[in-house]
Design a protein around this ligand. Structure first.
Ligand code: AHE
Ligand code: ZN
Length: 349
């Protein structure tokens, strides 16, 4: 049976550099291979703010931002088998199609399933259209998630089904930053016991990397930030040395270790920037990497992160420094995110 459109509230990004505006939107029923979900909690990520600033080439307007959320499936489109109404899911901007023809999903070397990447970057569903509208005018999607809305539509391959016991107001963090920081250490760099790890930037992503380095029994963990108020939590999470680059006359970001050291770029890839190093660094065995969503194969592995949180193996509550109620508080949550004391601001709907 064909579902009906849902009218609900969303924080709409009408144009770059304008505050979000809470509007009543219409959310069309999920089409073939799609899932409509009720967003229960959405955590702000700096990538939302970065995109709102207009700097991201893939930032479309008007759009509904948001990509770090905990949701409940409301209805499913034709052919959807992996989730059903009532299931708890985390929308994942890195999907996992799991098809035999997908050499990326078949490979253990990457989580970068490209199946819907092109349309996702254009702010539309795989069929080229959007599920959001206001008075018939289409509103674009964002990162295949658009979770700053009470209801959203995502691809089935973007929906990681998680435990019924999961607290969505907490595990929403596994939708981006915290999962990315953990995964950079546990997957992309696969940090070994006894390693020395240096983390530059002690926001939620950096602190999660630090927490994972401690879990991997790194022997020395450097926590680096220009804001020294970050050091206390860093130490609690396992940092052995805290450094403020402003206290040093010389650059402190010297290269990774000769022969085996690895450097990993984490975070949103800023437009118009280039990174460079002397070839000598690579010739002498240093390795330069980057990570997207921490290397996690989303539908296969995010449920395990949630289970580890539930069992107490992977605490994440300490990242939630601010909470808000109602989608209309999204701009307040963005303001909170700009304060140095904020790690994650979670908005419950
Ligand atoms: N749209 C940008 C790239 C944005 C980017 O680097 N995104 C990160 C995630 S940011 C999460 O907060 C990422 O993992 N990208 C992988 C991907 O497939 O986009 C651009 O350069 O156009
Ligand atoms: Zn993010």
């Amino acid at each position: 049976t064909m579902g009906k459109p849902i009218k609900c509230k969303a924080a709409v990004a009408w144009a770059a550099n304008e505050p979000l505006k809470v509007e009543e939107i219409e959310v069309a029923p999920p089409q073939k291979g799609e899932v409509r979900v009720k967003v229960i909690a959405n955590a702000l990520c700096h990538t939302d703010v970065y995109t709102l600033s207009g700097q991201d080439a893939e930032g479309m307007f008007p759009s509904i931002l948001g990509h770090e959320a905990g949701c409940i499936v409301e209805s499913v489109g034709e052919g959807v088998t992996s989730v059903k109404p009532g299931d708890k899911v985390i929308p994942c901007y890195t999907p996992e199609c799991k098809q035999a023809e997908c050499i990326f999903c078949q490979s253990t070397k990457t989580n970068l399933c490209p199946t819907i990447r092109a349309t996702q970057g254009k702010g539309v569903m795989p069929d080229g259209t959007t599920r959001f509208s206001i008075d018939g005018k289409p509103i674009y999607h964002f990162m295949g998630c658009s979770t700053m809305a009470e209801y959203t539509v995502i691809s089935e391959i973007s929906a990681a089904k998680i435990s019924d016991d999961a607290d969505l107001e907490k595990v929403c963090l596994f939708g981006c930053g915290v999962a990315t920081g953990f995964g950079a250490v546990m997957n992309t760099c696969d940090v070994e016991e006894g390693s020395t790890v240096a983390v530059f930037g002690l926001g939620a992503v950096g602190l999660a990397a630090l927490q994972a380095a401690k879990a991997r029994k790194a022997s020395r963990i450097f926590a680096i930030d220009t804001n020294p108020s970050k050091f206390e939590l860093a130490k609690q999470l396992g940092a052995t040395d805290c450094l403020n680059p402003k206290d040093s006359e010389t650059p402190i970001q010297q290269a990774a270790h000769r022969g085996w050291g690895e450097s990993c770029i984490i975070g949103v890839a800023a437009a118009g920037h280039e990174i460079s190093t002397r070839p000598f660094q690579l010739v002498t065995g240093r390795i330069w990497k980057g990570t997207a969503f921490g290397g996690w194969k989303s539908r296969s592995q995010v449920p395990g992160l949630v289970d580890d949180y539930i069992s107490g193996k992977l605490p994440i509550d300490h990242y939630i420094t601010h909470t808000f109620e109602g989608v209309d508080k999204t701009n307040d949550a963005i303001d909170a995110l700009h304060h140095g004391g904020c790690l994650r601001a979670v908005v419950t709907y």
